[in-house]
Design a protein around this ligand. Structure first.
Ligand SMILES: Nc1ncnc2c1ncn2[C@@H]1O[C@H](COP(=O)(O)OP(=O)(O)OP(=O)(O)O)[C@@H](O)[C@H]1O
Length: 361
């Protein structure tokens, strides 16, 4: 019996819950964190984080600036000490075989007086076994610039080269902290395809990003960190269904709408929804589109595509001139905005409260 199995057996004998236990499918989690805490002086960067990442998952970590994402990545990779129970491949982070881990930190300043190829060679040389440098550079779209000095590369090319150094050891668990920052759309797509391919081949990917479209596309599950704690975790679809709100019409205005105009729009839509041409108001409690102010103008939630004409009529009847309209289904970005309270609107109440009521914590 190896050390991990022995520790597991002894915990089970003690009657304690076994956090590293295989799930019903028989697979042990790759990452387990329970009650993870880290303070910098007065600042609680991590305030009791619980997290579990399964093998082969792309696990997305999102949250506002300062929420604690980088601190959590640092704790999980053993680059900072943290309190609480942390296990990676069943052992404390600092005891994990480095060969199994790839890390792209948020800030990464490799030696500049090397070419992209030499840099990947250099990092590959730190491991017992590494991939062929040319194939790694091909993976990140840097084959044509392999012989360019790192310092002469553009910001996006530098970031791609850094991604290459993180995968040169063919890791089982890959931490990517903001991998596509500064990379152009085509480059982002190639990094996305790379992540999908790695995950398809069994690599577990821990992806931190502010690009919600990226996380929504790539992640099997997402954890939203706020003020050092996980406030929601689940598959993107589940989170969107639970917290994304209704589909809505984004109305871009030249000038902010007056409260009286917003109320007039609301009343017109209510009448349309309930009685159409009869103009009867909706019954109390009836589901009607909600009109909210946003930084760009208005968002009319709960409008069905066939009701967009009614919304335009309501805007015109209220004398509100608009620049553009865009109807969309809720996305992970809506979840993020609602659960972080960044979508606060005085007309819809404090969504910070909604986060604590509707979040998973
Ligand atoms: N070395 C440090 N010394 C002091 N405070 C720190 C240190 N590192 C992080 N912090 C603080 O801990 C909190 C969490 O920071 P962290 O970098 O983990 O957030 P983040 O979610 O990664 O933010 P961002 O999205 O801006 O990268 C912040 O309040 C930050 O100021």
């Amino acid at each position: 019996m190896n050390e991990t199995a022995a520790a597991t057996a002894s915990a089970a004998e003690d009657g304690e819950p076994d956090r590293d236990a295989p799930d019903a499918a028989g697979t042990a989690p790759v990452v387990v964190g329970e009650g993870v805490r880290k303070s910098y002086g007065e600042v609680d960067a991590l305030d009791g984080v619980d997290i579990r990442v399964e093998p082969g998952e792309v696990f997305g970590l999102i949250g506002p600036n300062g929420a604690g994402k980088t601190t959590l990545v640092r704790a999980l990779t053993g680059t900072t000490e943290a309190d609480g129970d942390l296990r990676v491949f069943g052992v404390p982070p600092r005891e994990v075989d480095p060969q199994r881990i790839g890390l792209l930190p948020q800030s990464f300043d490799p030696p500049e007086r090397l070419t992209a190829s030499e840099l990947v060679d250099y990092y590959g040389g730190l491991y017992d076994a590494s991939r062929d440098t040319a194939s790694v550079l091909r993976d990140v779209g840097m084959a044509d610039d392999a012989d360019a000095w790192y310092e002469s590369l553009s910001g996006g090319q530098q970031r791609r080269t850094c991604v290459a150094t993180a995968i040169v050891n063919d890791p089982d668990l890959l931490f990517l902290d903001e991998p596509t920052t500064g990379i152009d759309p085509a480059g982002r797509r190639s990094i996305h395809r790379l992540i999908e391919r790695l995950a398809g081949d069994g690599t577990t990917v821990f992806l931190t990003s502010h690009a919600m479209d990226e996380v929504e596309r790539l992640a099997d599950r997402v954890a939203l960190l706020r003020d050092g704690a996980v406030v929601a975790v689940g598959a993107p679809d589940e989170l969107i269904a639970a917290h994304g709100g209704d589909p809505g019409l984004a109305v871009t205005l030249d000038d902010p709408a007056a409260e009286a105009d917003v109320e007039a729009i609301r009343e017109t839509l209510r009448a349309e929804r309930s009685g159409g041409s009869t103009g009867e108001p909706a019954a109390a409690g009836e589901d009607v589109p909600a009109v909210e102010s946003t930084s760009e103008g208005l968002r009319i939630r709960g409008v069905r595509p066939e009701e967009i004409g009614d919304a335009v009529d309501a805007l015109e009847a209220a004398g509100v001139a608009f620049e553009s309209l865009a109807w969309s289904e809720p996305s992970l970005e809506d979840v993020y905005l609602r659960l972080t309270g960044e979508e606060y609107s005085p007309r819809t109440g404090d969504l910070g409260e909604l986060a604590s009521e509707g979040g998973d914590r």
